[in-house]
Design a protein around this ligand. Structure first.
Ligand SMILES: Nc1ncnc2c1ncn2[C@@H]1O[C@H](COP(=O)(O)OP(=O)(O)OP(=O)(O)O)[C@@H](O)[C@H]1O
Ligand SMILES: [Mg+2]
Length: 667
């Protein structure tokens, strides 16, 4: 079967189907960089630890130095309350919710000692901030480093795979779409890996650690302070679900806008020829407006999330300060422990640290999901098997003599819809076989079986008695020259374009091939001759010139078998004659299959096959077929005879184009 199941890529996969498997496969690519990942994990833990510890240090500053210092001052003066009196008799370490890391100072010590302790603590705090900043930076860099290496590997793998996929795949998937998918998917994975992943993991670690620490410090106070957490989580989930819905619409609209852009740019000739500019501008305006509205809706939801979380955060701070303050002032215990001013300060600082990770996780989680979906699409692509595969015991194709045989060949693109139905033919070495027939008859399909771009469903294609399915693909294809209707030229020099099929050819060989193809003359006239760099797809050359280049390209390879899909585009008679002469020389001595549109080619062919609806209904030389007065005769009368008349008229009028008045109407 030619076609195979329709490509996975056509289905838009919006949600990952098997997150575990995809992540596992992606993780496999990180194996060479495991040391970096261990480093990232270590840095992440240190970074989170710093963030958990700094609020505690603030608490220590208050409980170990500030409060005792103030009470000492107050108890010296008059009017100290009973509570303060009582406190000043205990050591600060006992009345603190924290251990004093930078040294406890006795309550009756001079004020200078409290100052010194506070100074040590501030230096320690600064050191922690520096460690936090350094570990954060290093963590992102290391992860981005590993991520970039992995993505380069993946991209090269995808590219290499695309080079090997069969033509059938490319006829099912548009190249522009493939390209944008690959680049977009890779960049979403890149963002997720080098940025979102550590934010989410680090954020989750921080949340758990902070909650744990708060519970350890004072479980009852912690539970009260964390009461708004579920509300924050609920709000986050709701807002991001709304935003995601809106973003889905945006993506669809962006797709429409891009498609319209792409079409209007590539089809600009048709646009202008049919004066569709105004209509297109109007349509574009409409898609753009829809895109803008969807975008604004998405932005509205995302920008509402942060203030909402912030508001909840303030509620949490109010609870911490209010409840803590009441218990502190009343000197009551909470959860079995005294509430100190330092504890309140530390908890306020903890609660403030909650919003950010929650918002981050919400936003970046979708990021990670779409990256997983992207990775899935890339893996789907990598899993797409070439339909044309070599047999394990494939042999190298021996040097081709040129006998080609089709034995009862059937072929189909869609199961059950044969496009070739039992084709039999034999081409002897050196013969030129012309194939004619109405459009859609199966001519291109027939010749595509020879270099095994597709496989037959039944029967066999033999070259020198060897089935093309039994040989190594590259040894087969290297010996077959293909000149297509629409020549693809690369943005490179003329020299390198001709050399494409035989990179090792010398400049002299290239020039000889160009001379054979009658292309030398016009190449010499180009601004920089053979070194002229062609525009994309050969922009800057005429149709006829491109054909001459493609003939030169095939002549340089000097294949034993040649497939030629003649261009139908009309060129001026002078170029036409050059092409004819070039073709005659190219075809001489090789077995050639020519999908013919030129009467001259057909006349010179050893055998003309008339294809209709997947079958060869007539065969013979031009004269024999005319004599039969069958399908070919009618084709000739309606199509080819006119070419003859045009050519004759052109000859009569000299070298240039024929005057229109001299062209008699076709019968
Ligand atoms: N890649 C493809 N996938 C599905 N169907 C295809 C594909 N290529 C060709 N076909 C179908 O197979 C039939 C034969 O196509 P083919 O290209 O061989 O015709 P052709 O004789 O070369 O026509 P033309 O003279 O227009 O080039 C047509 O009906 C066409 O629609
Ligand atoms: Mg065709």
């Amino acid at each position: 079967m030619i076609g195979g199941p329709r490509g996975m890529l056509e289905q838009e996969v919006s949600k990952p189907r098997s997150v575990g498997r995809t992540l596992g496969r992606l993780a496999g690519y990180f194996k060479p960089y495991w040391l970096a990942l261990v480093g990232v994990a270590a840095l992440m833990i240190v970074n989170a630890w710093v963030q958990v510890v700094t609020p505690e240090l603030l608490g220590q500053a208050v409980d170990c130095y500030l409060t005792p210092a103030v009470s000492a001052t107050l108890s010296v003066g008059e009017g100290a309350s009973a509570a303060q009196q009582q406190r000043s008799t205990t050591t600060p370490e006992e009345s603190s919710s924290f251990a004093c890391w930078f040294g406890a100072v006795p309550a009756d010590a001079p004020a200078a000692e409290f100052m010194a302790g506070l100074g040590r603590l501030v230096v320690g705090l600064i050191a922690f901030f520096v460690i936090g900043a350094l570990t954060g930076g290093a963590m992102f860099f290391l992860m981005a480093w590993a991520g970039n290496h992995v993505l380069r590997t993946l991209q090269v793998e995808v590219f290499a795979h695309l080079q090997r996929l069969s033509l059938g795949f490319y006829s099912r998937n548009e190249s522009g779409d493939l390209m944008s998918r690959i680049t977009n998917d890779v960049s979403t994975i890149q963002q997720a890996i080098s940025f979102a992943l550590i934010q989410v993991l680090g954020g989750a670690l921080l949340l758990v650690w902070i909650a744990w620490n708060m519970l350890a410090l004072n479980w009852a106070y912690a539970l009260l302070s964390l009461a708004v957490m579920p509300l924050m989580a609920a709000a986050t989930i709701w807002f991001s679900a709304q935003a995601r819905k809106a973003f889905r619409v945006t993506r669809k609209e962006i797709g429409n806008v891009n498609a319209e852009l792409e079409e209007s740019i590539s089809g600009v000739r048709e646009v202008q020829a049919f004066s569709r500019e105004e209509a297109n501008i109007e349509a574009f305006r409409a898609s753009n407006a829809a895109n803008r509205d969807a975008n604004l809706r998405a932005v509205a939801y995302t920008s509402a999330l942060a203030p909402t979380l912030e508001a909840f955060g303030y509620v949490a701070i109010a609870i911490v300060a209010g409840v803590g303050g009441v218990f502190l002032l009343q000197g009551q215990t909470l959860g079995g422990a005294a509430v100190t001013l330092g504890l309140i300060v530390a908890f306020i600082s903890y609660v403030q640290r909650f919003n950010q990770p929650i918002a981050q996780i919400a936003v970046l989680w979708t990021n990670i999901q779409s990256a997983v979906a992207g990775a899935e699409r890339i893996f789907d692509l990598l899993d797409e098997l070439p339909e044309i595969v070599e047999k394990p015991d494939a042999i190298p194709m021996p040097p081709i003599q040129g006998r080609v045989e089709y034995c009862d060949v059937w072929a189909e693109y869609k199961p059950g819809e044969p496009v070739l139905r039992g084709v039999n033919l034999v081409a002897e070495p050196g013969q030129t076989i012309a194939i004619v027939g109405p459009t859609g008859a199966g001519k291109t399909t027939l010749v595509n079986l020879l270099p095994r771009f597709y496989d037959v469903t039944r029967g066999a294609v033999l070259i020198d008695g060897v089935d093309v399915r039994d040989v190594k693909l590259d040894t087969l294809r290297k010996q077959i020259g293909v000149v297509l209707q629409d020549t693809f030229l690369f943005s490179d020099t003329v020299m390198n374009n001709i050399r494409y099929g035989r990179p090792e050819a010398t400049d002299e060989e290239v020039i000889a091939a160009a001379k054979l193809a009658r292309a030398h003359e016009f190449i010499e006239r180009l601004p920089e001759g053979y070194n002229t760099v062609l525009g994309e797809r050969g922009a800057g050359l005429s149709q006829g010139q491109r054909q001459l280049l493609s003939i030169a390209r095939a002549a340089l390879v000097n294949p034993r078998l040649l497939i030629l899909d003649e261009a139908t585009s009309s060129v001026d008679t002078r170029t036409e004659r050059q092409i004819q002469a070039a073709l005659e020389q190219l075809l001489a001595g090789r077995t050639s299959f020519v999908i013919a549109h030129r009467l001259s080619t057909i006349r010179n062919a050893d055998l003309v096959l008339v294809m209709v609806n997947g079958e060869i209904i007539e065969r013979g030389t031009h004269e024999e077929l005319l004599a039969q007065q069958g399908f070919y005769y009618n084709l000739y009368m309606s199509q080819f005879r006119r070419q003859e008349q045009v050519a004759r008229a052109a000859q009569r009028s000299g070298d240039g184009r024929p005057a229109l008045s001299q062209v008699p109407d076709a019968a």
